[in-house]
Write a protein that binds this ligand. Structure first.
Ligand code: FES
Length: 171
């Protein structure tokens, strides 16, 4: 195993400002879309996300693995993140892991395929057994599980993006 640390964070205050500025009235509620989006941001714990994991499951055309296995892996991932309280921030850990079921991650072999951002670690054969190892090693101890990792390509920091969002909304 080798170490990985999520090093790229987007300043949250800038994104929050973007929602406040860009809100519009919804037809019946009298609330702005920024109100409902801001509530959603809090409910889902979006400000605390440290990692976002995508897994190929419930595919329209299952190619990388049996559809049932993909769903089993997805359900296992969800349950374990909840069991370990990794899906939302807690008092002694203010970060969380966000999960998304992807129809297909386009690798389409040796699945289920799973990718973890911003680390950019791609895992093959993400069965429940592999996912448990990935949760323990990668999500908790910042160690890539080499037995399942087949590609590592961390995302570049996007600090320039925030400036562009703010300047666009101001004009
Ligand atoms: S069907 Fe799983 S990656 Fe395409």
């Amino acid at each position: 195993m080798f170490s990985t640390q999520a090093k790229c964070y987007i300043p949250l205050s800038s994104l929050h400002l973007y929602f406040l500025i860009s809100g519009s009235m919804t037809p019946n509620s009298g609330k702005t879309t920024s109100d409902s989006l801001a509530k959603c941001v809090q409910t889902l714990g979006l400000p605390s996300i440290q990692r976002h994991v995508f897994i190929c499951a419930d595919q329209t055309i299952p190619k990388c693995c049996d559809k049932a296995l993909g769903l089993e892996s997805w359900n296992y991932l969800k349950q374990r993140l909840t069991d370990l309280k990794l899906d939302l921030p807690v008092s002694n850990r203010l970060t969380s892991v966000f999960r998304t079921k992807a129809n297909c991650l386009r690798v389409c072999q040796k699945g289920p395929i799973m990718v973890v951002y911003p680390d950019g670690v791609w895992y093959h054969s993400a069965t429940p057994e592999a996912i448990e190892q990935i949760i323990q090693a990668h999500f908790i101890n910042n160690q890539i599980v080499e037995a399942y990792a087949f590609w590592v390509h961390p995302l570049a920091c996007s600090s320039g993006l925030d400036d562009r969002v703010i300047s666009n909304t101001a004009t």
